[in-house]
Design a binder for this molecule. Structure first.
Ligand code: HDE
Length: 710
C-alpha cells in the first residue's frame, strides 16, 4: 500500500483579505465572508505580533531620529521592498481568468487523455492572455501578437496549451528566439520604443529572416489589434500528437474559436484607445466576467495521419505554416468558459507558470524544432521568475489531482513529505511507485539521422503561404496590411532595411509591394529578394483567414456608446437601450457632465462618462441623442466633435436623432452620410439601426475617409 504523502495544506482557516474595500475573511472551504460589524481583526506583523500603531514609526522625541528597535517598521518596509519578482522576459503584460473546459464527446479513439474520455465532463482551467513585446505596464492595444495560454487541471496532471492568437510563428528554430526578442523589444542603448515593432532593429532582423514572412503578413494584419480578448482565436501553433490506449498516434493541431466571433479595431482607433484607456482589454474582460457574460471558446482540432502529412504541400513540423481549414476541417471537441476572475492578480495571474512540457498521458510532442526548444525554456524561466524549484506548490500551479513523489526541500517548500522513507525502491514497502500502465508513455517514434546543425529542405518555402494569407483577405483588410507595413517601415531610419523588406513583399504580392513602396516614397522598385524556393501562385485563397469573413454578424457582446444631453427624448433612449439589451449587448451613457442629464420626462439619468472620458473609440458603435438647445453648446466642445468624427472615421455605425444634426455638421460628416449613419426616431428607425449594428463596421466607407492612406 502506498503511504499517503501530505499534500499542500488546504486554504488556511483564517486567511483574511480586503476586496473592493470590503473586509473579507476566507473560510475553511475557501469561501469569502464579510467581517461582522465590530469584528475587525487586529493588525499583526508577519510573525503574528499585534500592532499598536501603524501610523507613526518609533523615534526619539517628536522631531528626533528613528530607532532600529522598530521591528514593525523594518519588517513592513522589508516586505514592501521585495514585492516585485522579475517580469516575464516576453509576454510580461497579461491578464488571467478562471473557468472550465467541457468535453463534447469521448475521443478515446484518438487519445487516452483522461479529460477527453467522458462527454459533458468539466475540468477546471486558468487562462492568461498577454501581449509579447511590451513591459508589464504597457498599453493593451499595442500592435502585437497576443498570448493565449491555457492551463487545464486534469485528473492526470496539468495540461498547458501555451498558444498565441496567430497560428504561425516568426522562426523555425528555437535557437533564434533570443535574437528575435532582442530585436523586437526596446533597443538596449536607449530603452525605447516600448511595446512596438516600428523600429530599425526589429525590421533589420525580420528582413534578414525570410522564414518570418508568413508571420509578417499575420502581424501586419488586424489580428494584432483585437477589439477584445473575447473576440480572438487561439492556436497551439505546433503539430502535436494524440496517442490512444493502444499507443497509436494521430497528429493534431489545436484551435480555439471565440463564440462571439472575431473582431479587431482600426489602427488609428488603437492608437487613441491606448491613450484613453490603456487597460482596455483588461477592463473589457473584467466587466464581461463580473457581469455574468462569460466568454467562451470552442476547442477545435485538425486531426491527420502520416499519409496526409506526406501529401501536404508543406512540412507539418514547420511552425511557420498552417494547414488551411478548407483543406482539413477542424472538428469541435469541447468548449472553454471563463467564469471567474482571480481573487488576487499577483498570486494567480503573475505567478502562474505555463510550461509546454506539461502534457498528460495521451498528448505528446511532434518533432517541431520550435516546440522542442520551448520544452526546455519554460521550466528554466519559471525558476528565474518564481525563485526556486517549488513553484508547483503555489496554488495556481499545483495540480488538482492526487500527487505523490519524493521531491523534497528547496526554497519555500510548502508540501513537505512525512515519514522516514524518501527514496524508492525501498524494502519498507512505503511511498509511491511508478505505474507502466497508468503512467505517461512517450510515443515510440522511430528516429534516425546524422547529428548535425540542419534545416530541412521541406522548410524552405517562405513566401507561398504568406501570399495565400494576403490574397485571402477582403479589400479593407488588404489595405490595412499595406498601411501597417508603411507605418512600421516609415519609422525605420535605415533606408536599406526598408528596401530589403519591400524586396520580400515582391515575392508575396507585387501590388502590395508597389503600394507600400509608393506610400514610402520609393523612386524605383527594388528587385525581388532571392528566394530559396519560388512562390507558388497556385495556392487557393482560404476565406477562413479573414477576420471580416468570419465576423459574428451580430452585436452580441459588443458595446454601444450613447451620447446624451439634457432634454434627451426619454422614450427614444429607453427604446434604444432595451433593444441593445435584447441583443445581449451593453451600452454606456456619455454626457457633458458625469452627474448626468435631465431627460424630456424630467427624470435624472446618471452618465457613465463625461465626454472627455468616454471617447467613441471605446465603443463598437455610437448613438447621439440630444435636444436642440443642448446641441448648441455641444457643437462648441472639441471632445463632442471628435466623438462623432472619430466614430465616422473608424467606420462605425452612428445613430442620431434630428436635434443632433448640427453636431454632425460641425464634426464635418454631414455631407458624407452613408448607409452606416442612421436616423433613429420611430420604431422602424430603431430596429433598422440595431439590425445594422451586427455588421460591426462600414468598411466600404474607409476609402472615402482616407483612413490609413499615408
Ligand atoms: Fe513563448 N515563452 N517561447 N511562445 N510564450 C514564454 O515563458 C519561448 C513561443 C507563449 O502567460 C516564456 O513563462 C521560446 C511560441 C505564451 O505566462 C519563455 C520560444 C508561442 C507565453 C518563452 C517561444 C509562445 C510565453 C516567458 C521559441 C505560441 C506566456 C515567460 C521556441 C505557440 C505564458 C514564461 C504566460 C512565454 C520561451 C515561442 C507562446 C521565456 C524559447 C511559438 C502565450 O519561457
Amino acid at each position: 500500500m502506498a503511504k499517503k504523502i501530505t499534500p499542500a495544506s488546504p486554504a488556511p482557516k483564517l486567511e483574511t483579505a480586503t476586496i473592493h474595500d470590503q473586509k473579507l475573511q476566507r473560510g475553511a472551504g475557501g469561501e469569502l465572508h464579510q467581517f461582522a460589524e465590530g469584528d475587525t481583526p487586529v493588525l499583526t506583523t508577519a510573525q503574528g505580533g499585534p500592532v499598536a500603531d501603524d501610523q507613526n514609526s518609533l523615534r526619539v522625541g517628536a522631531r528626533g531620529p528613528l530607532v532600529v528597535d522598530d521591528f514593525h517598521f523594518r519588517e513592513k518596509i522589508f516586505h514592501f521592498d521585495h514585492e516585485r519578482i522579475p517580469e516575464r522576459v516576453v509576454h510580461a503584460r497579461g491578464y488571467g481568468a478562471h473557468g472550465y473546459f467541457e468535453t463534447y464527446e469521448s475521443l478515446a479513439k484518438y487519445t487516452r487523455a483522461d479529460l477527453f474520455q467522458r462527454p459533458g465532463e468539466k475540468t477546471p482551467a486558468f487562462v492568461r492572455f498577454s501581449t509579447v513585446a511590451g513591459n508589464k505596464g504597457s498599453a493593451d492595444l499595442a500592435r502585437d501578437v497576443r498570448g493565449f495560454a491555457v492551463k487545464i487541471y486534469t485528473q492526470e496532471g496539468n495540461w498547458d496549451l501555451v498558444g498565441n492568437n496567430i497560428p504561425v510563428f516568426f522562426i523555425q528554430d528555437a535557437i533564434k528566439f533570443p535574437d528575435l526578442i532582442h530585436a523586437a523589444k526596446q533597443e538596449p542603448d536607449r530603452a525605447f520604443p516600448q511595446a512596438q515593432t516600428a523600429h530599425d532593429s526589429f525590421w533589420d532582423f525580420i528582413s534578414l529572416t525570410p522564414e518570418s514572412m508568413n508571420m509578417v503578413m499575420w502581424i501586419m494584419s488586424d489580428r494584432t489589434i483585437p477589439r477584445s480578448l473575447r473576440f480572438m482565436e487561439g492556436f497551439g501553433v505546433h503539430t502535436f500528437r494524440f496517442v490512444n490506449a493502444r499507443d497509436e498516434s494521430t497528429f493534431v493541431k489545436f484551435h480555439w474559436k471565440p463564440k462571439l466571433g472575431l473582431q479587431s479595431v482600426a489602427w488609428n482607433e488603437a492608437v487613441k484607445i491606448n491613450g484613453a484607456d490603456p487597460d482596455f482589454h483588461r477592463r473589457d474582460l473584467w466587466n464581461a466576467i463580473q457581469s455574468g457574460n462569460f466568454p467562451e471558446w470552442e476547442l477545435q482540432v485538425q486531426l491527420f495521419d502520416q499519409a496526409f502529412a506526406d501529401s501536404f504541400d508543406f512540412d507539418v513540423l514547420d511552425p511557420t505554416k498552417i494547414i488551411p481549414e478548407e483543406l482539413l476541417k477542424p472538428q469541435p471537441i469541447g468548449r472553454l468558459v471563463l467564469d471567474r476572475m482571480p481573487d488576487n492578480f499577483f498570486a494567480e495571474t503573475e505567478q502562474v507558470a505555463f510550461m509546454t512540457q506539461n502534457v498528460p498521458p495521451g498528448i505528446d510532442f511532434s518533432n517541431d524544432p520550435l516546440l522542442q526548444g520551448r520544452n526546455f525554456s519554460y521550466l528554466d524561466t519559471q525558476l528565474k521568475r518564481l525563485g526556486g524549484p517549488n513553484f508547483t506548490h503555489l496554488p495556481i500551479n499545483a495540480p488538482k489531482c492526487p500527487m505523490h513523489n519524493f521531491q523534497q526541500d528547496g526554497h519555500m517548500a510548502m508540501r513537505n513529505p512525512i515519514g522516514r522513507t524518501n527514496y524508492q525502491p525501498n524494502s519498507r514497502n512505503e511511498g509511491p511507485r511508478e505505474s507502466p500502465m497508468q503512467g505517461y508513455r512517450h510515443f515510440a517514434s522511430e528516429e534516425q539521422g546524422t547529428k548535425a546543425r540542419l534545416r530541412p529542405q521541406s522548410f524552405a518555402d517562405h513566401y507561398s503561404q504568406a501570399r495565400q494569407f494576403y490574397i485571402s483577405q477582403t479589400g479593407a483588410e488588404q489595405r490595412h496590411i499595406a498601411s501597417a507595413l508603411t507605418f512600421e517601415l516609415s519609422k525605420v531610419e535605415t533606408l536599406v532595411i526598408r528596401e530589403r523588406m519591400v524586396s520580400h513583399l515582391m515575392n508575396i504580392d507585387e501590388t502590395l509591394a508597389t503600394t507600400v513602396a509608393q506610400k514610402l516614397g520609393f523612386k524605383s522598385m527594388p528587385k525581388a529578394a532571392d528566394a530559396a524556393m519560388p512562390t507558388r501562385q497556385d495556392l487557393e485563397p482560404s476565406p477562413a483567414l479573414s477576420i471580416v469573413e468570419r465576423g459574428p454578424k451580430r452585436f452580441e457582446g459588443r458595446k454601444l456608446g450613447i451620447l446624451i444631453t439634457d432634454g434627451v427624448d426619454a422614450k427614444l433612449l429607453k427604446g434604444l437601450t432595451d433593444a441593445i439589451t435584447k441583443e445581449k449587448a451593453v451600452f454606456e451613457l456619455i454626457a457633458p457632465k458625469v452627474g448626468g442629464v435631465t431627460a424630456s420626462d424630467g427624470t435624472l439619468i446618471a452618465a457613465h462618462h463625461m465626454i472627455d472620458g468616454g471617447p467613441s473609440v471605446l465603443f463598437d458603435a455610437v448613438a447621439i441623442l440630444t435636444s436642440a438647445s443642448a446641441t448648441e453648446d455641444l457643437v462648441n466642445e472639441a471632445a463632442a466633435r471628435d466623438f462623432v468624427a472619430d466614430a465616422f472615421q473608424h467606420c462605425k455605425f452612428i445613430g442620431y436623432d434630428h436635434s443632433a444634426v448640427p453636431l454632425l455638421e460641425k464634426a464635418g460628416i454631414a455631407d458624407s452620410l452613408d448607409e452606416g449613419v442612421l436616423s433613429l426616431p420611430g420604431e422602424e428607425g430603431l430596429s433598422a439601426f440595431v439590425a445594422e449594428l451586427g455588421k460591426l463596421r462600414v468598411w466600404g466607407r474607409e476609402p472615402s475617409v482616407k483612413l490609413g492612406k499615408a
